[in-house]
Design a protein around this ligand. Structure first.
Ligand code: NDP
Length: 314
């Protein structure tokens, strides 16, 4: 049978390119879990995906209620879940003030981390039930959260501190930043990506042996042309793609990045669990090293426990 992969945020950028790459193999049905139904339908058509290869389902990660509804609707389709890709993200580098999710969490961490945290926990049971030979859960990471890299050292750097802001609700009353500091939209995004990478490793430690599910993260390269940078200032949007192409040479097209993520979904040679994948300039994959903070097992455990409370699992 065809595999079923759920991809969050498949209405643009990396998620869409991955959906397309998987659909093209003829071996996958892609559930595009998106907040904007019409946009997702149009996006699927625009890249030439055929009707029988995808289903659009509504998911707004900035609402825990929506996450629960998505899980219920998915269960009702009676499709097996073979691979879950947590890909959607928001990035608000120029915001002066924080915005908040339906439950009142700062929106970058609320969407990118907490929404996906609840989704992955609720869908783990569905993954367990699947009889697919290589079941996987993938959470898209980023170089920007990794302070052991050049890109990760551009200020403001990611830093979760002792998680005091998260523990106090991330609702702007005490703080809207995980470390309890002043609001900074670019840092909030980087922090959320560190959470994504820590969560992947904690899932691996808690569930890989028991379930056989492969948990993985990746940095697909700098896809400087996606909608992620839509809220950046115009000059940045103009200069960022050529800067990445010619100066850092970290640039990767949406199509190439989609192929990379599709490999992590289905390539038999990328089936190892607990790995953060990256690619060389010649597009060969390798197991990359995470920064000290993004591989801190104590912090991962604490993040897990605090997040469970916030999303109502504990
Ligand atoms: P895009 O902005 O193109 O795509 C982000 C997707 O997330 C969109 O489909 C968007 O939906 C969706 N999304 C945003 N908020 C929500 C929400 N509340 N509920 C559901 N879906 C939502 O960015 P990219 O493709 O670049 O980003 C994809 C992933 O890649 C992210 O995890 C990002 O961190 C990661 N990444 C990107 C890099 C890059 O250079 N671009 C580098 C490294 C990692 P909508 O279409 O409705 O806006």
């Amino acid at each position: 049978r065809k595999g079923t992969a759920v991809i969050t945020g498949a209405s643009s950028g990396l998620g869409l390119a991955t959906a397309k790459a998987l659909a093209e193999t003829g071996e996958w049905h892609v559930v595009m879990a998106c907040r904007n139904f019409l946009k997702a339908e149009k996006a699927a058509k625009s890249v030439g995906m055929s009707k029988e290869d995808y289903t659009v389902m509504h998911l707004d990660l900035a609402s825990l209620e929506s996450v629960k509804q998505f899980v219920d609707s998915f269960r009702r389709t009676e499709r097996p879940l073979d691979v879950l890709v947590c890909n959607a993200a928001v990035y608000q580098p120029t915001a002066k003030e924080p915005s908040f999710t339906a439950e009142g969490f700062e929106i970058s961490v609320g969407t990118n981390h907490l929404g996906h945290f609840l989704l992955s926990r609720l869908l783990l049971d569905e993954l367990k039930k699947s009889d697919y030979p290589s079941k996987r859960m993938i959470i898209v990471g980023s170089i920007t959260g990794n302070t052991n890299t050049l890109a990760g050292n551009v200020p403001p750097k990611a830093n979760l501190g002792d998680l005091r802001g998260l523990a106090s609700g991330l609702n702007g009353q005490n703080s809207s930043m995980i470390d309890g500091g002043e609001y900074d939209g670019a840092k909030a995004y980087k922090d959320s990506k560190v959470c994504n990478m820590l969560t992947m490793q904690e899932l691996h430690r808690r569930y890989h042996e028991e379930t056989g599910v492969t948990f993985a993260s990746l940095y697909p390269g700098c896809i400087a042309t996606t909608g992620l940078f839509r809220e950046h200032i115009p000059l940045f949007r103009l200069l960022f793609p050529p800067f990445q192409k010619y100066i850092t040479k970290g640039y990767v097209s949406e199509e190439e990045a989609g192929k990379r993520l599709a490999q992590v979904v289905s390539d038999p040679s990328l089936g190892k669990s607990g790995v953060y994948w990256s690619w060389n300039n010649n597009s060969s994959s390798f197991e990359n090293q995470l920064s000290k903070e993004a591989s801190d097992a104590e912090k991962a455990k604490k993040l897990w426990e605090v997040s469970e409370k916030l999303v109502g699992l504990a």
